[in-house]
Design a protein around this ligand. Structure first.
Ligand SMILES: O=P(O)(O)OC[C@H]1O[C@H](O[C@H]2O[C@H](CO)[C@@H](O)[C@H](O)[C@H]2O)[C@H](O)[C@@H](O)[C@@H]1O
Length: 254
C-alpha cells in the first residue's frame, strides 16, 4: 500500500466498532476477468466478508455497478447489504429486497440503439442490467474509442432523456442520470446500522471517484486501488492487497 504504508496509516487505525465498510467489487475485491461472467470469488473472501459483516454489526456493504441479482450469484451463499447498479438498487440488510419502484428501467428504444454498437466487431459485448446497458470492449481493445464515440452520439440523439454515459474499465455504460454510487452511499449512511458510523470506502474506478468527496463530511475516508486518487487516504496495489487487508482487519478486530 502507498502513503498508508507507514503503518500508523488510516488503513490500520480502523476500529470495527465505529466504521461502516463500503467495498466496490470489480477491480477492488475481485481481479478483472475477460468478461463479467468469468470473475472468481475466492472462498476465503466470502468468509472474511461474512465475518466483517458480523463484526461491524451489519455495517458492511458492497457498492457496485453490478445489479443485486448478479452480486448475489457471485457471492452465494453469502448475501450482503449492497448498493447495486451504480445506485439503482439499495439493500440495507441481507434478506431484504431493493424497492423495485426506486429506479425505472432504461428506455427500451435507447437499449435497442445501443445494442447496435456491438456491430462494431467481435468482442464488443452487451450487458443489459435493466436500469442500464453496458458495452464492454476488454476482448476488443482496439474498439474502445469507436464504442465510446457511438455511445455518446446515441445519448445525444435522445436530448429529452436525462441519460448519462459513464466510462469504466474497458466499458461504457448508459444509465438514467438521476442516481450514482455517491447519492446511494449518502442515502445508505442515513440508515441504521450504517448511520452514525464512519464510512470507509475502497474503490478503483472512475465511477468510484464521486464517492470519495462525500466521505470526510461524514467522518470517513477512502482508499483507491491500483492507482493514486486525490482525496483518498492511500491506495492498495490491487485486489489481492485489499483482500489481505480485510483478512487482517478481521483477525485484529475479532
Ligand atoms: O462497480 P464495480 O463493482 O467495480 O463494477 C463495475 C463493472 O464491473 C464489471 O465490469 C468490469 O469487470 C469485468 C470482469 O472483470 C470486466 O470484464 C470488465 O471489463 C470491467 O468493466 C461488470 O460487468 C459491470 O456491470 C460493472 O458496472
Amino acid at each position: 500500500m502507498t502513503r498508508a504504508d507507514t503503518m500508523t496509516s488510516p488503513a490500520d487505525a480502523i476500529d470495527l466498532d465505529e466504521v461502516a465498510l463500503l467495498l466496490d467489487i470489480d477491480g477492488t475485491l475481485l481481479d478483472f476477468a475477460d468478461t463479467p461472467r468469468e470473475v472468481w470469488v475466492p472462498p476465503t473472501l466470502r468468509r472474511t466478508l461474512g465475518g466483517l459483516l458480523a463484526r461491524t454489526g451489519g455495517a458492511l456493504a458492497l457498492v457496485s455497478g453490478r445489479v443485486l441479482a448478479d452480486i448475489d450469484l457471485l457471492f452465494a451463499p453469502l448475501e450482503l447489504p449492497a448498493i447495486g447498479g451504480h445506485g439503482a438498487e439499495l439493500r440495507v440488510a441481507p434478506g431484504e429486497r431493493s424497492d423495485p419502484a426506486r429506479t425505472p428501467s432504461l428506455d427500451p428504444m435507447v437499449k435497442r440503439k445501443l445494442a447496435g454498437v456491438a456491430e462494431l466487431g467481435r468482442g464488443v459485448l452487451i450487458e443489459d442490467k435493466g436500469y442500464s446497458l453496458a458495452l464492454h470492449w476488454r476482448l476488443a481493445p482496439d474498439k474502445g474509442v469507436a464504442v465510446t464515440a457511438m455511445v455518446q452520439s446515441i445519448c445525444e440523439s435522445f436530448p429529452d432523456l436525462p441519460l448519462e454515459a459513464m466510462p469504466g474499465k474497458a466499458v461504457i455504460e448508459v444509465k438514467p442520470a438521476a442516481f450514482d454510487k455517491a447519492s446511494a452511499v449518502a442515502e445508505l449512511m442515513r440508515l441504521p446500522p450504517f448511520e452514525g458510523r464512519r464510512p470507509v470506502f475502497v474503490g478503483d474506478d472512475v465511477t468510484d471517484e464521486r464517492v470519495f468527496p462525500i466521505l470526510p463530511p461524514l467522518g470517513g475516508f477512502g482508499f483507491a486501488v491500483g492507482r493514486d486518487i486525490p482525496g483518498t487516504a492511500g491506495s492498495f496495489a490491487g485486489p489481492a492487497a485489499v483482500r489481505a487487508w480485510l483478512d487482517g482487519l478481521l483477525e485484529r478486530g475479532a
